[in-house]
Write a protein that binds this ligand. Structure first.
Ligand code: MN
Ligand code: MN
Length: 466
């Protein structure tokens, strides 16, 4: 063995240099990671919208012994409950051996992703083509949503109050949909516009058909034919769109990326790549010391407002309810509680190095990224986690052999963003962001590294169990 130079030894003792997880994980654990990611890919293909994800997880939880939360019941250590938040968000809770006065351990992620929603009155015909008008949801780069296969998911409440589920474009043989783009031959003016203006939000109209009803030319016969088909399949009429939530998402399947299959490409990694590991951790935890609460929320991508978003009272009210059953004020539990806000961060992309501070960026395959603060400008509108709590999380992750790194969201003054961390911190809870680095975040097809997905599961498990 070669002797280390004095400088090498000193560097090893004093410097901080995060490594590719492949250098620190053994073959056995790599196999566990691969199996975990195969399950994650199947989950992504089954759950593209917040409603589908909440329903899928509720079903998983029920099979794992979680019962609907009963505000009047008394719960014992190890009891497992769930609270369904309007079918779009879900809380899973396993009661700890310690009373709630010791605080709860919360992992919060979101299950909504950027997409196109149908407008309330969406259907029209122009030039003998039928379209749905859309209103985009969350932060999208509009040009990315043209000329890709799209699927339609959601619910329609019909005139009689009955609900019909819609999912078209996912099964083999299903038709799919598309937003058209301009051919390069005729895009001289479009090509001179900024990326933001080249495709307008108002023009993100979904092509849905082109055949007329009947055998004589008539106005809006293509639209009429679509209405006929929708009526035959779903029993709906045009006015039923008024009481519908229909979401357009990429029709792509989640898939392995790269010759070495080390990456996963999919729609909606932000933030199902944190939600799925947190759910698996929540299902695995059986008798935690502290009560464990796993939240998968809605509406993060539009600012967390609304009664299924974490800016609303639903989490605090749930904690008040479980605290009351133990004779405690909810605020005492909140003050004693700790939370990992489980959300993605931008992975360093060497194609666009100029937006990152290389020394403070998150890198794919270096494990989960702890993000002390997000926000924009001078740390505007963010939870800046307390050093005391960051230390606690650091010690916990190191103690559990979780590969992790620290990361900022891009260079100072380059842009910015936020997570649910501040809404939970504003309740008095200790919170820090911890999540998976992503490439092409918010694109219809986002990229993560398998090893980071597995490390998220390992990290959330350690947090909920210890
Ligand atoms: Mn997110
Ligand atoms: Mn996002």
């Amino acid at each position: 063995m070669e002797e280390k130079t004095k400088a090498e030894a000193l560097r090893e003792a004093l410097s901080y240099q995060p490594k590719h997880t492949a250098y620190v994980i053994d073959a056995q654990e790599t196999a566990v990671s691969d199996a975990f990611c195969a399950d994650y890919i199947a989950f992504l293909n089954a759950c593209k919208t917040e409603r589908e994800t909440a329903a899928f997880v509720k079903n998983l939880a029920a099979q794992a012994g979680f019962a609907p939360f009963d505000v009047k019941a008394q719960y014992a250590p190890g009891d497992r409950v769930y609270a369904d938040i309007h079918g779009k968000a879900l809380i899973l809770c396993t009661f700890g051996t310690q009373p709630l006065s010791a605080g709860a351990r919360i992992v919060a992620s979101h299950i909504d992703s950027p997409r196109l929603d149908l407008k309330p009155n969406p259907l029209y015909e122009d030039a003998e083509l039928a379209f749905f008008k859309t209103h985009y949801y969350g932060g999208i780069k509009k040009y990315q949503w043209t000329a890709i296969p799209l699927a339609l998911h959601g619910v329609v409440f019909r005139r009689d109050g009955s609900c019909v589920q819609v999912c078209v474009g996912e099964e083999p043989g299903d038709p799919q949909f598309v937003v058209t783009d301009l051919l390069p031959h005729l895009d001289r003016k479009q090509g001179k516009k900024s990326l933001e203006d080249a495709v307008l939000g108002e023009n993100l109209n979904l092509l849905i058909g082109s055949l007329p009803f009947g055998d004589k030319p008539e106005s809006d016969a293509v639209k009429l034919n679509i209405l006929r088909l929708l009526n035959e399949k779903y029993g709906i009429v045009e006015s039923d769109f008024l009481s519908a939530e229909l979401e357009i998402v990429p029709a792509f399947r989640a898939t392995e990326i790269g010759f070495d299959r080390s990456l996963i490409g999919a729609y909606g990694h932000d933030d199902k790549v944190c939600a799925y590991p947190s759910i698996r951790a929540a299902l695995a935890v059986t008798a935690p010391r502290l009560t464990s609460i796993t939240v998968i929320t809605d509406k993060e991508e539009t600012g967390s407002d609304g009664n299924t978003g974490l800016h609303s009272a639903y989490l605090a009210q749930f904690i008040e309810d479980i605290a009351a059953a133990q004779g405690l004020p909810g605020r005492d539990v909140l003050r004693a509680s700790e939370c990992l806000s489980a959300d993605v961060n931008a992975g360093f992309d060497p194609i666009f190095p100029e937006v990152h501070d290389k020394r403070n960026a998150a890198y794919l395959n270096r494990g989960i990224v702890v993000t002390k603060y997000t926000g924009s400008g001078g740390k505007g509108s963010t939870n800046d986690a307390n050093a005391e709590f960051v230390f606690k999380v650091r010690a916990l992750l190191d103690g559990a052999d979780v590969a992790w790194q620290i990361g900022e969201l891009g260079k100072v003054d380059e842009g910015g963003g936020g997570t649910v961390a501040k809404y939970i911190a504003n309740l008095g809870v200790e919170v820090v962001d911890v999540g998976v680095p992503v490439l092409s975040m918010h694109a219809p097809f986002e990229i993560v590294a398998k090893l980071d997905v597995y490390m998220a599961f390992k990290g959330f498990s350690a947090f909920l169990e210890k």
